[in-house]
Ligand binder design. Sequence first.
Ligand SMILES: Nc1ncnc2c1ncn2[C@@H]1O[C@H](COP(=O)(O)OP(=O)(O)O)[C@@H](O)[C@H]1O
Ligand SMILES: [Mg+2]
Length: 202
Amino acid sequence: MQAILIANPKGGSGKSTLAVNVAAYLAANGEHVALLDMDRQQSSRFWLEQRPAELPMIWPLNKDHSKRPKCDHLVIDSAASLHGKNLERAIKLASKILVPISPSMFDMHASQEFLRVLSEEKALRKGRVQIGVVGMRMSARTRSAATLERFLAELDVPVLAYLREAQVYVNSIADGKSIFDLPPHTTARERAQWQTLQLWLE
Ligand SMILES: Nc1ncnc2c1ncn2[C@@H]1O[C@H](COP(=O)(O)OP(=O)(O)O)[C@@H](O)[C@H]1O
Ligand SMILES: [Mg+2]
């Protein structure tokens, strides 16, 4: 089982939005997917409870649940406070880490620091864990994207996607869905932005 950790110490960076869309994308591809919500706010767990039964199944896993269904992927939505021992534990579980970053300068600055801490972890230095950034609520070739790339310049971490700000992310989540559960023609622009990230996930 491949575990994908979604992490950023900043609240509101887009962790839960990314986590549920990654989980639903993999499930839509016929993969067996579990979702672990480590955040006390339980956003993605709540989302899963709203999820219509006829959509591709995603298995809920809570923190103290040791009985896991056999899954191909485990998506981990983490808390803003993830650091220290808990961060180390989460990294041990993960084979991939996705860091969503929102367009504010403050967030980019804090995320840069987080990426530095991550890159010093043994598992990352040894190349056991892959790491990638997702620019949230921003489009490629914008000022925000250029600023983010400047922040990442010395870190050797790829930007796997820029996901533009779109109401369809907000509305689909409110119904327990993702953009991948909506008719493709209504989400064509969003889906197009996922291509590189999808290759990285597989
Ligand atoms: N691409 C996007 N388009 C529109 N709204 C977004 C997008 N990504 C995130 N958001 C919104 O930003 C806010 C924070 O996102 P969230 O996923 O809850 O972050 P976190 O889990 O890191 O706290 C939410 O209101 C969410 O709906
Ligand atoms: Mg969250």
